[in-house]
Structure formats: structure tokens, C-alpha cells
Design a protein around this ligand. Structure first.
Ligand SMILES: *[C@@H]1O[C@H](CO)[C@@H](O)[C@H](O)[C@H]1NC(C)=O
Ligand SMILES: *[C@@H]1O[C@H](CO)[C@@H](O)[C@H](O)[C@H]1NC(C)=O
Length: 412
């Protein structure tokens, strides 16, 4: 390996770091922790199907991808040409891990009400930070996938521009009862809603199936409709490609993604206990020790979701020299756009998709990011999601070992 990207970028990093630092400290990540995901209990994953071609993968913490699960929902019947009953608008907020859930809720509600959905915009954490859907996601694919299931328009129709929608607060994953009781009456009388999803306690466990049509709509929205736009997909591709090649000789092109960001770990809420004594966060040292315990040797390539290096992460690089962050991996011509202040949403999008594509995933924070990355991984057969609270030697997340994740109600 001739060139160390860390050295090339050292100067750039020093200057930009101070600029970024002030910005990051201000940022409020509290909502990140609203999640309560239930304690993993001591059940071992029964057995992992092994594909014959990848013998070395069977050793240690590297498991082959499970056989891809089959989609066990059928596409909701197309309603064809319909008379729309009214309009629903909403915004995507708080990063891509939330976007997935917000999209699923809006689609389910629009399907139930026979409403027309206005393509959402994307709001950043800071007031006034606004992007178009297309700035992050593939709008054509989104509209194509949901065509006939719900009616979608790219923009608010002119006759609605001067109207004021009724704002409805919706708990994440609303039940059919909730929609019928609390949302439908307002919709019928006003015909134009603006949804504001909130997360009282995030529950990604599957629940009793009641309405196959709405469940299928949720599966389609959650796992089939949202894709990054081409530009961001390309940068994710560049990053994973570099992770697989930087250290190919001793890592066989595999890497572990760890969701660990120092600005999150510094939050007070990290010291609190989750339900049943479960911890919310693990620090850099604990994660490094966990990786060792799980069997990753010192040559393992590791991706941290950190943007700029922080000295508290040195403990990981001492044990795992091939540890990289975004600053090491984003192509030089894209750094301006993806690393400048105010681009936290884009950075989280990169993290979210790199973490869904790695050979193994280890969360240091047990929030919705963990839950929705796990869901995407389950849907695509990449079930190596390892957590310190699960039993050795596999340390497999109970989302996978107990199939408790709602992704298993979409993929069987
Ligand atoms: C990033 O990926 C794109 C598409 O695969 C490729 O054309 C481009 O050369 C890559 N850029 C770098 C710097 O590797
Ligand atoms: C790491 O890789 C080097 C070079 O390929 C090898 O000599 C060494 O034994 C490896 N160390 C471990 C812990 O696997």
C-alpha cells in the first residue's frame, strides 16, 4: 500500500475540523435515542445456511450471506385510475434511518384513505435546511414502484397551494384503528392533511397481521420504494469499493461497519439505561474489545460512521490499524459537497447505505439507525448484525436470531 490517505488529507483535515467541530457540538441528537429496542435474550441463532463456494467465510465472525429470503407479500392490488379523495403532504426529517419509517407510514395512510400523496421534501436538523426529494433519492423509481398502489404527485397541485392543511401528528407505525379513529374523520372533512410522524417508542418488532393490504403496502414502501439517487449511490459505491480494496491482501476484501460517532457518544443520554437495564451506547474502547471478542483479527478492515477523526477513536486504530472514516474514503472531488457544514443528512445517508452493504455490522448506539439498517440487511440476506449484549460466540442480534424484526414479516 503506497499511499496513506490519512496523511494526504492531514492538512485539509486540520483546517476543516475546527470549522466542523463547532457545528457538530451544537447539533442535537437527542431524538436519536428515543428508541427502545428490547433486550436481547439468550437465544442462539439455530443454524446458518452455508453456501458451498465461500469456505473461508465460515470461519470466525465472517458468515456467508444467508440464502436470500423470499418476498412473502404480494404487491397490493392496483387501484388503477381513481378519483382521489384528497391530499396528503409531509416532510422527511431527521436523517435516512427515520425517512424509511416516515415513508412507510405515509404510504400506509394514503393507501387506507385513498389519498394522493405529495412527494415529500427533506428537512435538515437546522431550521431552514431544506432539500428536494430528488437531492437524495431516486424520485422516478419511488413513483414507479408505488404506481397504482397510491397516487403520487411531484408537487402540490396549484388549486391546493393557497389552502392550509390540517396538521396531524401520527405515531410511527399507526394501526388501522388509529387511522380510522384519528385521521380519517379529519381527512374526510378537510381533504388535505399534513402528517407529522413522531416516535413515542420505536418498535421494529413484527406484530399481529390484521390487514394484509396495508401490511403489503408497508413492506413495499419500506423495502422496495426508496433508493438513493445516482450521485449518492455512486459515492457509496466508491466508499465500499475502497474499503474492499485498501487492505485486500489481509482482509480478503471484507469489512465491518461500526455505527460509532463520537458526537453521539458524548451526549448525556448515553449514560442512561434503556429498558431492563439495557445500555444505549458503547464507547470506542468497548467496541474495540467487543470486535476482538467476536473474533475479528487485527487485520480486519473497519468502517466507522465518524466523519472526522477524533482522538478518542485512537484506541480502535491501535487494535485495528485498518480503520477508516468518511474523510478517508470519499473521493476528493466529492468532499466539498459531502463534508461541508450543513451536509449531515448526506453524511448519514452515506453511513446508512455503507452499513447495509458491509459484510458485518456492529452498532455502538441502539437507536432507529440500528433497527432500520438491520431491516435492510435482513431483507437482502446480510444478517451478520452483531451486538455486545447477545450471547457468544455468535453475538447475533436478536432481530436476526429470534427473527423478531418486522422485516421477517415481509421476507420469509
Ligand atoms: C466512483 O464510482 C463511479 C461509478 O462507479 C466511477 O465512475 C468513478 O470513477 C469512481 N470515482 C472514484 C474516485 O473512484
Ligand atoms: C496480518 O496480515 C499480515 C500480512 O498479510 C500477516 O503477516 C499477519 O499474520 C496478519 N495478522 C493477523 C493477526 O492475522
Amino acid at each position: 500500500m503506497a499511499v496513506d490517505p490519512r496523511q494526504i488529507l492531514a492538512a485539509f483535515l486540520t483546517i476543516s475540523m475546527f470549522a466542523m467541530l463547532g457545528n457538530m457540538i451544537k447539533r442535537d441528537h437527542f431524538d436519536y435515542f428515543l428508541t427502545t429496542i428490547q433486550v436481547q435474550s439468550a437465544v442462539r441463532f439455530e443454524e446458518i445456511k452455508i453456501s458451498a463456494t465461500s469456505a473461508p467465510l465460515n470461519k470466525g465472525p465472517w458468515k456467508p450471506e444467508n440464502q436470500q429470503l423470499k418476498q412473502c407479500w404480494t404487491r397490493p392490488l392496483s387501484k388503477g385510475r381513481w378519483q382521489s379523495n384528497g391530499l396528503i403532504s409531509f416532510s422527511l426529517t431527521n436523517g435516512p434511518d427515520r425517512h424509511v419509517s416516515q415513508i412507510a407510514d405515509a404510504v400506509v395512510i394514503a393507501r387506507y384513505l385513498g389519498a394522493t400523496l405529495v412527494l415529500p421534501d427533506i428537512r435538515g436538523r437546522e431550521p431552514g435546511q431544506k432539500r428536494n426529494f430528488q437531492d437524495m433519492y431516486d424520485a422516478e423509481k419511488f413513483m414507479r414502484t408505488l404506481d397504482g398502489v397510491i397516487n403520487i404527485v411531484k408537487e402540490l397541485p396549484p388549486e391546493a397551494v393557497s389552502r392550509t392543511p390540517a396538521v396531524v401528528r401520527v405515531p410511527n407505525r399507526p394501526t388501522e384503528d388509529f387511522i380510522a379513529k384519528n385521521i380519517e374523520p379529519i381527512f374526510r372533512s378537510i381533504g388535505y392533511l399534513r402528517l407529522a410522524t413522531y416516535f413515542p417508542s420505536i418498535n421494529l418488532k413484527s406484530r399481529e397481521k390484521k390487514n394484509a393490504d396495508l401490511d403489503s403496502s408497508a413492506c413495499l414502501a419500506m423495502f422496495g420504494s426508496l433508493e438513493l439517487n445516482l450521485e449518492i449511490q455512486e459515492v457509496v459505491g466508491n466508499m465500499t469499493e475502497r474499503l474492499r480494496t485498501l487492505n485486500r491482501k489481509s482482509s480478503d476484501g471484507r469489512f465491518v461497519a461500526v455505527d460509532l460517532r463520537t458526537d453521539v457518544l458524548e451526549k448525556k443520554v448515553c449514560n442512561q439505561k434503556g429498558i431492563e437495564g439495557r445500555r444505549f451506547c458503547y464507547n470506542a474502547r468497548e467496541i474495540a474489545e467487543f470486535l476482538k471478542k467476536a473474533g475479528f483479527d487485527g487485520n480486519t478492515t473497519i468502517y466507522l460512521t465518524q466523519t472526522w477523526w477524533h482522538e478518542s477513536l485512537n484506541v480502535i486504530r491501535e487494535m485495528y490499524p485498518y480503520t477508516y472514516i468518511k474523510d478517508d474514503l470519499i473521493p476528493a472531488n466529492k468532499k466539498g459537497e459531502f463534508l461541508k457544514p450543513g451536509s449531515a443528512e448526506l453524511q448519514r445517508a452515506l453511513d446508512f447505505y455503507v452499513c447495509t452493504q458491509s459484510d458485518a455490522f456492529v452498532p455502538a448506539v441502539f437507536g432507529l439507525f440500528y433497527g432500520n439498517v438491520a431491516g435492510k440487511r435482513i431483507a437482502s440476506g446480510r444478517t451478520q448484525v452483531l451486538v455486545p449484549t447477545s450471547p457468544p460466540p455468535d453475538f447475533l442480534s436478536s432481530f436476526v436470531s429470534k427473527k423478531s424484526h418486522l422485516a421477517y414479516s415481509c421476507y420469509c
